[in-house]
Design a protein around this ligand. Structure first.
Ligand SMILES: Nc1nc2c(ncn2[C@@H]2O[C@H](COP(=O)(O)OP(=O)(O)O)[C@@H](O)[C@H]2O)c(=O)[nH]1
Ligand SMILES: [Mg+2]
Length: 353
């Protein structure tokens, strides 16, 4: 069972009831109806994602429009301006350079590219780039053995959105029929533990806690022990972000990892770094620090709803080669979305021509 399978509703044995056979027309009408419902749901999801990314989209296209106003063909000047637009949209320098090089190659092939086409070209190249950056790490295939909980450890600086992300995730998982345990291993502040408790209760998950100031590794250990004893499906471990230096951070995270693997040898199955998307370039810096301090296996980028810096998602997934698993587009429980790069590019840059 892969990680994504966790979200699928558990199969419930349906009681066998003898029903009168339905006609072919009825069958067809039923299938059509189900298809319509599915499409409506997908459309609603798209709208929500678009709304969440609206500021980034407006910021980007506003700049792009101003940059190409009055120009007809994509020439060196237009490319210079485009470069600036991408950099100021928080895509990051390295990724911007890659995108510009790709467009340059296209311009070289097709000399008189229209500026009107620039949007589509850009969309294509970014979609392609994101595809490539994920290819090597596409396989989320963390095998969960039946009877062993999947352990997800969440790291990131203070205020990035770790606790909120855990709360949303717990709610979505319990809704899908999973038994969720949460470990309050951010023991620095009493308020942090209480905040997590509120989320756990709302989600219908079990939280394991100790008092403020206790050893985070010990909380993590207790959580895994109880989760195993109670046949939980998923364990989410919250951690503190307020560590002053990399050595301290590294020691702390290593200690938490080590105690967990005493109970489940291959735990944690995933170490997810949560980054606040609205911090733009700062999020790159945090990704760098954390990937140096511990092995990070997935990313969540939060607060994309309140910012025009959504470009960070493109740059970070290109630069760090770590898959973005979720994005946060609001404070509500349902506003944590599984990241779909195709839908993301579509929501940011519009449909393919
Ligand atoms: N608008 C918005 N706010 C968010 C999102 N994710 C988290 N937040 C807010 O960010 C603040 C810090 O989040 P918290 O989970 O406490 O961060 P932590 O210190 O990393 O645990 C809280 O006020 C959250 O409500 C998001 O996707 N969108
Ligand atoms: Mg927290």
């Amino acid at each position: 069972m892969g990680f994504f399978d966790l979200f699928k509703k558990k199969k419930v044995e349906e009681p066998k009831v003898e029903t009168a056979p339905i006609s072919a027309e009825e069958q067809e009408a039923k299938i059509l109806e189900e298809k319509r419902e599915e499409e409506a749901k997908a459309e609603a999801e798209r709208k929500e994602l678009e709304a969440g990314l609206e500021k980034s989209k407006e910021g980007f296209f506003g700049k792009l429009k101003r940059a190409i106003a009055g120009r007809t063909t994509v020439d060196a000047d237009v490319l210079d301006d485009l470069e600036e637009v991408l950099i100021t949209s928080d895509v990051g320098v390295d990724t911007t350079v890659k995108i510009i090089e790709r467009i340059e190659a296209r311009v070289a092939r097709d000399k008189y590219l229209n500026t009107e086409e620039l949007q589509y070209i850009l969309r294509d190249e970014i979609a392609q780039l994101m595809e490539e950056s994920h290819r090597s790490t596409e396989d989320f295939g963390i095998e969960v053995k039946e009877g062993t909980p999947f352990v997800l450890m969440v790291v990131g600086v203070n205020g990035a959105g770790k606790t909120t992300t855990i709360g949303k995730l717990a709610a979505q998982l319990t809704k899908a029929g999973r038994k969720v345990y949460i470990g309050a291993a951010d023991t620095f502040r009493a308020a942090a533990i209480d905040q997590l408790a509120v989320w756990a209760e709302r989600a219908g998950a079990t939280m394991v806690r100790q008092e403020m100031g206790s050893d985070p590794a010990s909380v993590a250990y207790d959580t895994i022990r109880s989760a195993v004893a109670n046949n939980a499906d998923v364990v989410l471990i919250d951690t503190a972000g307020r560590l002053h230096n990399k050595v301290g951070l590294m020691k702390e995270l290593t200690k938490i990892r080590n105690v967990m693997s005493k109970v489940i040898p291959d735990a944690p199955h995933d170490v997810m770094l949560v980054l606040d998307g609205s911090t733009g370039q700062n999020a790159f810096e945090q990704a760098k620090q954390f990937t140096e301090a511990t092995q990070v296996t997935s990313l969540t980028i939060t607060k994309l709803d309140g910012t025009a810096k959504g470009g960070v998602v493109i740059g970070i997934s290109d630069k760090f080669h770590i898959p973005v698993r979720y994005i946060g587009i609001g404070e509500g429980i349902d506003q944590l979305k599984m990241f779909d790069r195709k839908e993301f590019v579509r929501a940011m840059f519009g449909d393919a021509k």
